[in-house]
Design a protein around this ligand. Sequence first.
Ligand code: LHQ
Length: 263
Amino acid sequence: MTVLTDQRDGYRVITLNRPERLNAFNVPLHEALHTAIDAVAADESCRALLITGAGRAFCSGQDLHDRLMKPGEPVAKAGESLLKYYNPLLRKLRDLPIPVVAAVNGVAAGAGCNFALAADIVLAGRSATFVEAFARIGLIPDVGGTFFLPRLVGVARARGMALLAETITAEQAEQWGLIWKVHDDDKLMSEAHAMCERLAKAPTYALGLTKRALDASVTNDLDAQLQLEYELQKLAGSSADYAEGVRAFLEKRKPVFTSKRPK
Ligand code: LHQ
């Protein structure tokens, strides 16, 4: 199976599972990944998603064995696989109304790097690396890379990563704000699970609205964003979670949040 899924208490784990090719994307992996993310989207009881890779890598991007062009063959249509697989994948991932955590357990290259960076929270093992490998093979960064990189690390670093295709270490990535946190390799998965357990008990409704507000801030001006915050806060403020959060604070106990995801 090219993708493994694991149902935990309140969250799911998706593991890219082609370790012999460093979890490179091929058609079966794409199809399995779409199915797995659709299942997360349909499961109301799923309150967080953890994505990681099997073996020593997170994901090495497009499987280049599928892209070898023999002399005389027509040019492979890179654009088609974006339209058919990668772009819908990114959209599905970003549209999930629950927190998505990527546990980058090894190299994340090309589409694998940008797939990881599309998560809400990116954790990495100390030996993990990030590489916008596209320029090494004559492509441009895709899978949202040209969108997320400058927003995450600023234009200078985004241009350096994209044009030079140098390998960025996990520690560098954390220092730059490309990712949230580095953990020692042997602690990465336990830390990632602990984070998802925590997120599964968090106020899911408010977190879904928060994601919506942060996404909108990329294109909104301040007035539009203040208006959106007003509208979303009215929704959050009338939720049972908010009432519970305030009550728990005043009673000096841990809140028990029960809300569903926002529609
Ligand atoms: C691989 C791959 C791989 C196949 C390692 N494919 N086998 C979108 C739309 C349309 C068209 C095209 O592309 C895209 C998006 C993209 O993702 S383009 C970018 C594609 N990815 C790359 O260019 C990265 C290619 N891989 C590498 O540069 C290195 O393998 C990295 C830096 C990921 C890891 O290096 P090492 O740790 O030294 O491992 P390795 O190179 O020895 O790889 C181990 C094996 O995995 C090896 O197979 P082998 O049979 O020799 O043991 C590699 O051939 C295989 N592998 N990446 N993407």
